[in-house]
Structure formats: structure tokens, C-alpha cells
Design a protein around this ligand. Structure first.
Ligand code: CS2
Ligand code: MG
Length: 409
């Protein structure tokens, strides 16, 4: 089944997305997501200028061979841009193969291992009453697991707090990347955060009870010992997970965190290959793999990573914010339904304009997602609609400490 065309579509309905559309001689098309928040054009160029010429004429059925060819023939391996580009090709080819087979992708991946995919949503507040309202709103929307993010007294802008205005006038949680000429500067103070957060979870548990699965994202901002301290302080509130508690380029740093707390740990949304996890998985230093299909080389690479994690009883917790397009989200859901070691799926809803551009068949009901039964991954791209929303430069914010030092955002 020869590939006769490969188009890179950059569109910006509610935010920027990079989509690869591969077309075969049989007229079957496949979609892949190559969106890298704040650096979208780098992946679009990698695809357009370097990868697309290599795809024309290839047999679309030979997915593993295409993966190995793109990873090894580039000579320069790994990294967010390369692995997002490879992911876009990989998912598009799996979409084509499943369509050619006349079945939803999860069936090709071994069939369903469960009836639905537990999803968590993003609740947040500048204060407790606002946070409680946000949690109730998410429960009303059908979520049965909730991520809790909150403002911190003394800090002006904190990651993940919805109502907090952003410099481009949009609601903050709607899209952290802002359509501004330069990245917005935010402030941070870890000691203030460590003093404040345990009290927030105490209040949430008192209000919503012991059963509701609660998650929190530390967003890479603590040193290992600060992360250990927070993990310990949160133990009484039985979190489902504490995410990205400390920057994990130095994987061994998690040994110190593990020594001090039993709070489950999730890491990996900024990782791109299985190599980024070797020590973390082999030494049981994490409990959930947070990679996104879009940023980790696609279905082919993610399945191998999750199979490796399964040997250590480590589960999936696939990254699913709005900067993963509906194509990347759908691919994740097919994997979520098929793998055995499924943990939970992040689900931040896309905006109305995005849903005009990407017609999706996945569903969300009573806390569970399902990829649907359409052949392929179940997402179609409306290219006319996409063309109405040209790319707009946008940047994620960055942090400075009170003394002006640049810090992890
Ligand atoms: C976050 C992301 O959803 C999460 O867990 O860490 O929203 C992250 O900030 C964005 O994907 C950055 O582009
Ligand atoms: Mg995160």
C-alpha cells in the first residue's frame, strides 16, 4: 500500500496544532499529531523539510520498519522535536492500517482489556471556595477523578489555576501557552507552596471525603528533598499521585524522594524515549508513566515503554492536556483500552473551535472515556476549517524566583 502523499497541516483554532496527514495509493488517509507546545513550527519543519520526502513511495503497512528507519537514519536521536515527528508518522500509519483492516485501532493492539478508560479532570481555585466549586463542576461533568491545583498566598501566578487571568486575556487553564510575542514571566516560591498545599488537601478531603481519587501536579518545581517533604506531608490525604515532583533528568534524584514517602509518584510528560525512564522503572522509583503518545515516538514506542513498565507493575498515566491534539488523544485512548497495565488517563477538554477542525468519535461518560468503534483512530480533520485558523505565535510562561533566578515552570 504505497504512500503517495504526506501533508503537514498547521492550524490554530483554540491553540496551535501540527497534524500530519498521510495518503495511500488506495485512497486511505491516516492522521498523526506532532504538536509540541510553544515550539510547534520546529516539528512542522522537521516533518515537511526532512521526513515527508522519505515517506513518498514507502509501503504504509511497514510501521516498525518506518519507525526504525526514521529513528536510526536521522543519526541524531531522541529529543522532543524528533520524537514528536516520528510519533506523527507512526500514529498516521497505525490509523491507515486499522482503517485498511476495517477495525478500531485498539482491536489491532490486542482488543479491549476493559470496558472504559478512567479519566481525570483539572479542578483549581484561587481560594478554597473557588476550588470546591471547580471540583463540584467537574463532578457534575462526569469526572470521577480530580486533579487539584491552587493559588499560593504570596505568589502572583501559579501553574494550572483556571481563573487566574493570563497576559493574552484568555482563562489560564484553558491554555497555558499565551499568544504573546514573548514568554510571560511568572513568580515562584517553593517554601510558600510547601507551607500552603497540605492544608488545601486537608480541606478537600474534609469536604469531599476519603474516596475521591485526587491528583496533584508539582510541575517540576521542587528539589528532591522538598519533594520528599511534600510527599510525606500529603500522605494523610491519600493522593492517587503526586506528579513531576522534581525535575527528573537526574533519575537518581527520585531515590531520595522514595526513601521518605509512600505517596505514589507520576513522571514523564516531558520525556521522549524509554531511555529517560530506565533507572526510574528498574528501581521502582515511580508508579505511573506520564508520557504522551505524541511526544514519545507514537504507538509503536509507547507500547514498548509500557510493556517495560508492566514488568515492574508500573502503570500508565498518559499525558492529555489541550496541547495534545484530538488525534494524539484518540491514539492514547486506543492504547489505554488495550494495554493491561492501565492506570488513568488525563482528559482536558478541547475548545469548540478545535472540535470544528477535528471531528472525534471518542466519548466521555460517567467518568470513563472510550475511543469508539470507527475503523482507525476515529478522528477526521476538516481541512477547510483548519485553513480558517492560521498559526499564531505562542509561548509557555517561565518562572523567576524572588531573587530573579530562573526556575522551572
Ligand atoms: C501539565 C501540562 O497537564 C499537565 O500535567 O503538566 O498541562 C503542561 O503544563 C502542558 O502540557 C505544557 O505544554
Ligand atoms: Mg503535568
Amino acid at each position: 500500500m504505497k504512500i503517495v502523499a504526506a501533508d503537514v497541516i498547521v492550524s490554530s483554532p483554540d491553540r496551535n496544532f501540527v497534524t500530519l496527514k498521510i495518503t495511500t495509493a488506495d485512497g486511505i488517509t491516516g492522521l498523526g499529531d506532532g504538536t509540541l507546545n510553544g515550539r510547534e513550527l520546529s516539528v512542522a519543519s522537521y516533518l515537511r523539510d526532512h521526513v515527508v520526502p522519505l515517506l513518498i513511495g514507502r509501503d504504509a503497512h511497514r510501521i516498525e520498519d518506518a519507525w526504525q528507519f526514521l529513528y536510526r537514519s536521522a543519526y541524531w536521536r531522541r529529543g522532543p522535536v524528533t520524537m514528536a515527528a516520528i510519533a506523527a508518522v507512526d500514529v498516521a500509519l497505525w490509523d491507515i492500517k486499522a482503517k485498511a483492516a476495517g477495525m478500531p485501532l485498539y482491536q489491532l493492539l490486542g482488543g479491549a482489556s476493559r470496558t472504559g478508560i478512567m479519566a481525570y479532570g483539572h479542578a483549581s481555585g484561587r481560594d478554597l471556595p473557588e476550588l470546591f466549586d471547580s471540583i463540584r463542576a467537574h463532578l457534575d461533568q462526569g469526572y470521577r477523578s480530580i486533579r487539584v491545583q491552587t493559588s499560593v498566598p504570596g505568589i502572583n501566578a501559579v501553574y494550572g489555576v483556571a481563573a487566574q487571568p493570563s497576559t493574552d486575556g484568555k482563562r489560564y487553564d484553558y491554555e497555558p501557552a499565551q499568544r504573546t510575542p514573548l514568554p510571560a514571566e511568572e513568580d515562584w516560591d517553593t517554601r510558600a507552596y510547601l507551607r500552603h498545599l497540605p492544608g488545601v488537601f486537608e480541606a478537600v478531603r474534609a469536604e469531599f471525603g476519603p474516596e475521591l481519587p485526587l491528583l496533584h501536579d508539582g510541575h517540576h518545581r521542587m528539589t528532591p528533598i522538598q519533594a520528599a517533604k511534600l510527599g510525606k506531608a500529603l500522605e494523610p490525604y491519600d493522593l492517587f499521585w503526586l506528579e513531576d515532583c522534581t525535575p527528573a533528568e537526574n533519575q537518581e534524584a527520585l531515590r531520595l524522594v522514595r526513601q521518605h514517602t509512600t505517596t505514589p509518584l507520576a513522571i514523564g510528560e516531558i520525556f521522549n524515549t524509554v531511555w529517560d525512564y530506565q533507572t526510574l522503572i528498574r528501581e521502582q522509583l515511580i508508579d505511573y508513566v506520564r508520557s504522551a503518545v505524541t511526544h514519545t515516538g507514537g504507538i509503536t514506542a509507547m507500547r514498548k515503554l509500557l510493556d517495560f513498565a508492566a514488568q515492574y507493575q508500573i502503570k500508565s498515566g498518559i499525558h492529555g492536556p489541550t496541547d495534545i491534539s484530538p488525534v494524539g488523544m484518540a491514539a492514547a485512548l486506543h492504547l489505554d483500552l488495550a494495554i493491561h497495565n492501565f492506570g488513568i488517563q488525563e482528559y482536558m477538554r478541547h475548545g469548540a473551535l478545535t472540535n470544528e477542525v477535528f471531528r472525534q468519535s471518542f466519548t466521555f461518560a460517567d467518568g470513563y472515556l472510550h475511543p469508539g468503534e470507527q475503523p482507525g483512530i476515529g478522528v477526521e480533520l476538516d481541512e477547510d476549517a483548519a485553513a480558517r485558523f492560521p498559526y499564531q505565535p505562542a509561548y509557555l510562561p517561565f518562572n523567576r524566583l524572588k531573587d530573579g533566578t530562573v526556575h522551572d515552570w
